[in-house]
Design a protein around this ligand. Structure first.
Ligand code: MRU
Length: 367
């Protein structure tokens, strides 16, 4: 997608052909800074500190990290160690493990001398595949938005609520939940997006709003608790969110607070769609009860980063001194609250049968 008219991606090979460049998302929306990753430690740190975040993007970054590790030591033991190191940085998003396994599958049969360069190429291929997959998710989701627009009074926008950032900053390009929105906007359909701020890290207010604004998509930031009120008052036509892991029965792990949005949508008859690539489906888990939920630092709840009028980035304390905080980063929305999945293969009900109808080749392996 574009920033100030310039097409951008979240991750790209460096000019030296050996490193990769990322956008440092911890500085957005206040500063746009690129960082170079050239070692497995760099990749690990970028994932851990959320300089890169979002399920597909951490997968791509980890794949490059594995290539860096193999450049130093391409033995079987080093391969296993690097996969274990990278995989444990963000436990909920299955794309991370998926991407590492994709690289392992390619390099394991190769002689040690060929592994690092094959891994680097595979990481690039995973990135390219993500771009095309997200483009196709948008193509299918666009039709849902178009159908709603056809029922709106002339000129009235389709009001879409989204949570967290499942945009191009969470992927390589397009995004999952935002791809249908960008494609609708580009097709001349009037859209307006309610952007949940998404405490504690504010990925909505900081990242989704930045993306949508940069592409010229009308949007309004709301506090997380406003969603139910907006739905009660008929101000949301459709919710579209992303996901970090979908289980074989259709349960959905996504950023904390997604479940409450789904409950409010269900209570108010608002369609609630989850946009995802095939790499987000964990066919080995039967239901959302078994998804590991990442616990993050209480500092994210107790403190907030922002920009002063003089441009300085500062962190301030928010809460009563000494009070503890808990910070589960994701929740699980049961499939009964999800209207449907928007995937690169089309739209289907959020059920085991719906998933299998899209991915019949998984019929045997699904838990
Ligand atoms: O903790 P984050 O910022 O990595 O969480 C991101 C989300 O929850 C996204 O909705 C999810 O990864 C889907 S991204 C296309």
């Amino acid at each position: 997608m574009k920033i100030n008219g310039t097409p951008m991606r979240t991750i790209r090979p460096g000019a030296d052909g050996a490193s990769v460049e990322i956008i440092d998302q911890t500085k957005l929306p206040h500063r746009f800074e690129m960082l170079t990753l050239a070692s497995v430690e760099d990749a690990k740190q970028a994932i851990l500190t959320m300089q890169v975040r979002g399920a597909p993007l951490i997968g791509v970054t980890a794949a490059y990290g594995l290539a860096f590790a193999l450049r130093r030591d391409a033995s079987d033991a080093a391969l296993a160690d690097a996969i274990a190191l990278l995989a444990k940085q963000r436990p909920t998003a299955i794309n991370l493990k998926w991407a590492l396994e994709e690289v392992r599958r390619v390099v394991e049969p190769l002689p040690a001398a060929a592994r690092a360069s094959a891994a680097f190429d595979k990481a690039g291929a995973i990135a390219e595949d993500d771009v095309e997959t997200c483009r196709r998710i948008g193509m299918h989701g666009l039709e849902l938005i178009r159908a709603i627009a056809a029922k709106e009074p002339a000129g009235a926008p389709v009001n879409i609520l989204t949570h967290c950032n499942a945009g191009w900053l969470a992927c390589v390009d397009w995004g999952t939940a935002t791809s249908p929105i960008y494609q609708a906007h580009d097709a001349g359909i009037a859209v307006h997006v309610w952007v949940d701020e998404t405490r504690p890290r504010n990925q909505g207010a900081a990242l989704t709003a930045f993306e949508l604004g940069s592409h010229g998509v009308p949007h309004t930031i709301v506090v997380d608790n406003a969603g139910g009120h907006l739905m009660q008052h008929g101000k949301v036509d459709i919710c579209i969110v992303g996901t970090d892991r979908v289980t074989a029965n259709g349960d959905v792990a996504n950023k904390i607070g997604t479940y409450l949005k789904a409950l409010a949508a269900h209570d108010n008859g608002v369609p609630f769609y989850v946009a995802l690539p095939y790499s987000t489906i964990d066919w080995t888990i039967a239901s959302g009860r078994d998804i590991p939920i990442e616990e993050r630092s209480s500092d994210e709840v107790l403190k907030l980063q922002g920009r002063l009028a003089n441009g300085a980035l500062v962190t301030v304390e928010l809460a009563a001194p000494g009070s503890p905080a808990a910070n589960p980063a994701f929740d699980v929305t049961p499939q009964r609250l999800v209207t449907g999945f928007i995937t690169e293969r089309g739209v289907a009900p959020a059920t085991r049968a719906g998933l299998i109808s899209l991915y019949p080749e998984q019929c045997e392996s699904a838990a």
